[in-house]
Write a protein that binds this ligand. Sequence first.
Ligand SMILES: [Zn+2]
Length: 329
Amino acid sequence: MSPAIHNYRSSSSVLNRISTRIILCTVLVICCATGCIANSDFGYDSDDTGPDHWAEHYQECAGKFQSPIDIEEDWVKRVSMPPLQFTGFSDLPLETKVTNNGHTVLLELDRSSEFQVSGGPLRGDYSFAQLHFHWGVNDSYGSEDTINNHSYSMELHMVFYKAKYGDVDNAIKYKDGLLVLAIFYEAGHLDNLVYSEIVDTLKKIEYPKMSVMLHKGFTLKDFLPSDVEHYFTYNGSLTTPPCLEVVTWIDFKHPTRLSHKQLGEFRKLRSNAGYLTHNARPVQPLSGRQVYYNIGGYKDSATNLHSTNTQLAALLVAFSIAIHNLFSV
Ligand SMILES: [Zn+2]
């Protein structure tokens, strides 16, 4: 995002001007983070637009360190990292726009201040860009990353760009350019009221390029699981073309629950090729990557031997991720 957006003010003229700039930036965000490339559309079926054919138009989709992956809990390295820090997550956005972009449901927030994440495995601050969802043809699968080969019913991606790179368009030039917070969903019988407005809105954006503004909106904290201490983290890619390998993934371990009915409403949306019944890319080879699991319990005391060890472990994790970023291709 441009510096002008950081200096957002509430006068109507500035609001209109900045809103226009936000919309322009958002177009970039959509294109970069969910891959709506005009020249060659992509899909999720086994036809010539499906995942097996993405690399014909987007070479990096055949890369070595792609996402999603299957995370085997027996193989993860258990570490204790500093806590994740969430800034602005309790602030209600000025406006929230919900769009069917033909590939997913995309939520964009107009805001008076930054929403940022830092800490954990991250080096520096990451600023919010957008969030969107992935789901399957029924409740038995839908998440992109899987845990012990288990696919959850749906997965939310909160996309952030490294603040020092200025915007998404520039951040994707760097191996540590983007952060995605991933939240898994499992199906239940009771409606999750936090999602009521979004689910009700889906009926109004049935076809691609349709958008509506939410009346009540939500805070980003509303989407986070209650436990943000336990998560998996690894280096990977965008899960849609152009599949750039610039993403630090943080997958929260504990899922959120939505009702079967709420999940079903997402499958009623349409893409350019019919109903958008599923939009999850199959898992990709791990190719020797290390997945870390944060066990929590980080102690921030230099005099505590255990804390010193965990700090050292966290530093080693950050160092190994940095080395990976330097030498991965
Ligand atoms: Zn995604």
